[in-house]
Write a protein that binds this ligand. Structure first.
Ligand code: URA
Length: 435
């Protein structure tokens, strides 16, 4: 088989066989297929698309391109949750201990942020000395002992995705349904959970911006998961504006702690209850979503969810006392305010632009090698639908390096639009897709 023929076939809009897809993925992983040919095929797929069979074949080939995790030593139904990526999305930090406190085993592999989106790995590193690179043994032991572990994904898991994702990032081929679906589902299937809850974001801060595209992506991923015998549910949620009010690593951790203390923003809590109830139903802890919600709320009120997070931090080498003493978390006294120049109502708060402004402050990476400033980020005092007066603060920006403020403020300013007429708030949960 020759790669040039595989590229030509897809370029001409034909269906690739399972063997051709397997040939591509194994050649890419071994290094036999050069980046320029892989990039050409990616662009052909981006333009011509892939049908369901091809997408499933791509997912399977990627899934078996490296190691897979066996979680069978852990009792119970292991349910994983995955977000397609957004701005201010600190859901995992709330949801993982919350669901674990409700009795479902949480064995969660997570990633770092890139571009305008954040990553749970970076956020949790706000806790000094926390080990986010647990060995396979430590990971499984912790879930067996305390019901929860959240750790970075081993480099050996789905190596094909690492190469493909890096190429897609620089060839403008990220926003394609079969490619996103295969990328996410190969990693979820390789990490060994029995069931999967997907949080598919739509809006400017999401990879799949249109609502129609997000529903299509959700359907595709549910089909792949169910086809691989994993119960899969996808929730479609709004990412036109950031989730919650905090954007940036430690700021987001603090907001997650507030939420676990019962004082978090309504949208973040709602998303956690929605995703958490699907997780509890899939893991057979409760019979239906209504009882799941009641149980989850109880676990927040009783303090058990927060206690579970502390236990997790302790078992991963961090200091759980930092949860009660947030002044010990990374912080900076360098801040600037973005002030409104008119009276009115916030009609737009573009998530992607907020993410970029936060990255410019040092909270995110432009390239994988960039070091991040955990204390940097943005606190959004005003979100869509809220009233504002001239001279009032819309947002506060934080950065250790003060030279970063000017560009970040200028960028953040373009994220906001103020209307003189009242604006209704946005619907957060747009629907769910299941088999
Ligand atoms: N997240 C992933 O893991 N892969 C994609 O392609 C997009 C979002």
């Amino acid at each position: 088989m020759r790669m040039v023929d595989v590229i030509a076939k897809k370029r001409d809009g034909e269906e690739l066989s399972e063997e051709e897809i397997q040939f591509f993925i194994s050649g890419l992983t071994s290094g036999d297929i050069p980046d320029y040919q892989a990039a050409a095929l990616l662009m052909a797929v981006y333009i011509q698309g892939m049908n369901e069979q091809e997408t499933i074949a791509l997912t399977k080939a990627m899934l078996y391109s490296g190691d897979t995790v066996d979680l069978s030593a852990i009792a119970g139904i292991k349910v994983d949750k995955h977000s397609t990526g957004g701005v201010g999305d600190k859901t995992t930090i709330v949801l993982a201990p919350l669901v674990a406190a409700a009795g479902a085993p949480v064995a969660k592999m997570t990633g770092s942020g890139l571009g305008h989106t954040g990553g749970t790995m970076d956020k949790l590193r706000s806790f000094a000395n926390i080990n986010m690179e647990l060995s396979r043994e430590e990971f499984i032991n912790n879930v067996q002992r305390i019901g929860i572990a959240v750790s970075g994904q081993s480099a050996k898991l789905v190596p094909a995705d690492k190469k493909l994702y890096a190429l897609r990032d620089v060839t403008s081929t990220i926003g394609n349904i079969p490619l996103i679906a295969a990328s996410i589902m190969s990693k979820k299937l390789a990490s060994g959970s029995d069931a999967i809850v997907l949080d598919v974001k739509t809006g400017s801060g999401a990879f799949m911006e249109s609502e129609e595209g997000a529903f299509q992506l959700a359907k595709e991923m549910v089909k792949i998961g169910e086809g691989m015998k994993r119960q899969t549910v996808a929730v479609i949620s709004q990412m036109a504006q950031p989730l919650g009010r905090a954007v940036g690593n430690t700021l987001e951790v603090k907001e997650a702690l507030e939420t676990l203390n019962g004082r978090g923003p309504a949208d973040l809590l709602e998303l956690c209850l929605e995703l958490g109830s699907h997780m509890l139903v899939l893991s057979n802890i409760v019979p239906d979503a209504a009882s799941a919600r009641t149980l989850l709320k109880q676990k927040i009120q009783s303090g058990e969810a927060l206690a579970k997070l502390k236990e997790m931090i302790k078992y991963q080498g961090g200091n759980p006392d930092q949860v009660d003493d947030i002044s010990s978390l990374p912080h900076t006294s360098n801040s600037r305010n973005l002030v409104s120049s008119s009276d009115g109502y916030v009609s737009q708060l573009d998530a992607r632009t907020v993410g970029i402004a936060s990255m410019l402050l040092g909270a995110g990476r432009k390239t994988k090698e960039d070091k991040i400033d955990l204390a940097a980020g943005i606190y959004l005092h005003k979100k869509i639908g809220e009233a504002i007066q001239e001279g009032e603060v819309l947002a506060t920006l934080y950065a250790t390096d003060t030279s970063k403020f000017d560009e970040a403020i200028a960028t953040l300013q373009t994220a906001y639009r103020i209307s003189s007429d009242p604006v209704t708030g946005q619907q957060l949960i747009l629907g769910a897709v299941r088999k």
